[in-house]
Ligand binder design. Structure first.
Ligand SMILES: [Zn+2]
Length: 192
């Protein structure tokens, strides 16, 4: 795993926005929880042999489970002032869940991710891996080696994520500042 904080941060760059342009904090918080949730397998993985689909980075990290959980989470938040047919929350939640598996796949010194569990036990890793796997134990969360991992993540994950968030926000504000569709305009309708 990357550190839990870094997994949670992955909910930020494409956080959904309300009609007023502000980030929907409810969806953002749920997205952050979902981005960390796959590591709940720490509760039971020791009961299964390495490589089992219920061991660490198994079922909870898979794409089928991400699809199912994102659909359920979207149903949960349906009706919060959004069009019930709006699929964006489901897509956002899926991206948050998948970001967890994607980050785990670029970590060094850990088993691959069972992307297709429970249908396939195969484990997957990215061809390029550049983050050391972090410790689960809260007692080691502040250990020097865990903090060193966090520093690496700050450089290679946090910084790009914050840039993407800033660009996303700037683009949204730019779009919001443009005249609404159908609004009166002084543009000559005969011009392109
Ligand atoms: Zn994980």
């Amino acid at each position: 795993m990357a550190t839990a904080l870094t997994h949670a941060l992955m909910a930020l760059p494409f956080a959904p926005r309300n009609h007023d342009g502000k980030v929907d904090k409810g969806l953002l918080v749920l997205g952050a929880v979902l981005a960390m949730a796959p590591d709940l397998d720490v509760l039971w993985y020791r009961h299964f042999p390495a490589g089992h689909w219920l061991s660490h980075r198994g079922l909870t990290h898979s794409l089928p489970v991400a699809l199912l959980v994102s659909a359920l989470a979207a149903l949960l938040v349906r009706g919060r002032g959004r069009d019930p047919l709006d699929l964006r929350p489901a897509v956002y939640f899926f991206a948050c869940l998948f970001s967890h598996a994607a980050l785990d796949m670029v970590t060094v010194g850990a088993r691959g991710v069972a992307l297709l569990a429970p249908f396939d036990d195969g484990r997957w890793l990215a061809p390029v891996r550049f983050i050391s796997a972090a410790w689960f134990s809260p007692r080691r969360a502040l250990a020097a080696d865990n903090l060193a991992i966090l520093v690496t993540e700050l450089r290679w994950i946090w910084a790009p994520a914050i840039v993407v968030f800033a660009v996303h926000r700037a683009m949204y504000n730019w779009r919001a500042a443009a005249p609404a569709a159908g609004a009166a305009s002084d543009q000559d309708p005969g011009r392109g």
